[in-house]
Design a protein around this ligand. Structure first.
Ligand code: SF4
Length: 288
């Protein structure tokens, strides 16, 4: 008879399987946090510029920097022709201006070079998605996330864009393994769902990651997918369930696949206006 302890150890090291499917996660998280806005966004070259400005900074900072950049130069062609120092000054309110100014100038000039002197990238929408992604990724500083954002939000293609929130929630729910890196996560997640689910997945998980499944202290007691989450905090869930049972006029979830009711209030009703999706909430006034 094999040693019992060794078997137990092997089992405990296995990757935990998700107890919630991707489609259930989309449905439950959209019910909880949605509906999500799906506004038309910037054209691809402006989106690309905005994406560079949004790297490693807040939405507020990147929107401010984009606004001042466009106010200063008017067009991206003018930005491409400008001195790096002037670009840096224009985007100084957005953070990391010293890094982003030369990057923006280089990328815009490379597009002009590759695209017969034009910054119109709408031709990418006519290409197979993998080719369009490869075209974007040849540009300096454009990784899978930035390419995914441009393809998805600007061109309406079903490209996955995995930011830090989506990556974290996907790992906790077991949709990607613990050793998968961010680049690989794009491939795995994109292949794990039908194209029409890619944007709803992005919107649902990024919102959940910001509001509930936070990096430091996830609010598992308020999480609608806790029933199937291998990383859930049982104590938090039990505490929340106890609090709910003490509260009058609270209904429990009946639409969960396992029929259980972790401790959270069910929302009384959806808000009238759609929830803006982070990074897609660039206001229309920013559009040139
Ligand atoms: S149960 Fe906790 S760790 Fe799991 S998805 Fe919900 S908030 Fe995140």
């Amino acid at each position: 008879m094999p040693p019992r302890k060794a078997t137990t150890t092997r089992r405990s090291r296995r990757a935990k399987k998700p107890g919630v499917t991707i489609s259930d996660a989309i449905r439950l998280l959209t019910d909880e946090h949605g509906p999500f806005a799906n506004e038309p966004r910037l054209d691809p070259a402006h989106e690309l510029t905005f994406t560079i400005l949004s790297q490693h900074t807040s939405d507020l900072n990147s929107e401010r920097a984009f606004r001042t950049l466009m106010e200063r130069f008017g067009t991206l062609e003018s930005v491409a022709a400008a001195d790096v120092d002037d670009i840096e000054e224009a985007i100084s309110g957005g953070g990391l201006a010293k890094v982003k100014a030369p990057r923006i100038k280089t990328v815009l000039n490379q597009i002009l070079e590759l695209n017969d002197g034009s910054l119109d990238l709408t031709f990418l929408a006519e290409m197979p998605m993998d080719e369009a992604r490869a075209w974007l990724r040849q540009l300096p500083g454009i990784g899978p996330k930035s390419a995914g954002i441009i393809l998805s939000f600007s061109l309406g293609m079903p490209a996955m864009a995995v930011d830090t929130h989506i990556f974290r929630v996907s790992q906790r729910l077991g949709f990607i393994g613990p050793k998968v890196n961010a680049d690989k996560a794009h491939e795995i997640l994109e292949a794990a769902m039908p194209p029409e689910d890619v944007y709803p997945f992005h919107a649902a998980l990024i919102t959940h990651g910001r509001k509930v499944c936070k990096a430091q202290r996830p609010l598992c007691g308020a999480c609608v997918v806790s029933y199937g989450c291998p990383a859930r905090d049982e104590n938090a869930i039990q505490e929340a369930a106890a609090a709910v049972s003490d509260t009058a006029n609270v209904s429990v979830d009946s639409d969960r696949p396992d029929g259980q009711a972790p401790g959270r209030r069910r929302r009384g009703g959806k808000s009238a206006s759609p929830t803006p999706v982070p990074h897609t909430q660039v206001v229309k006034e920013l559009q040139p």
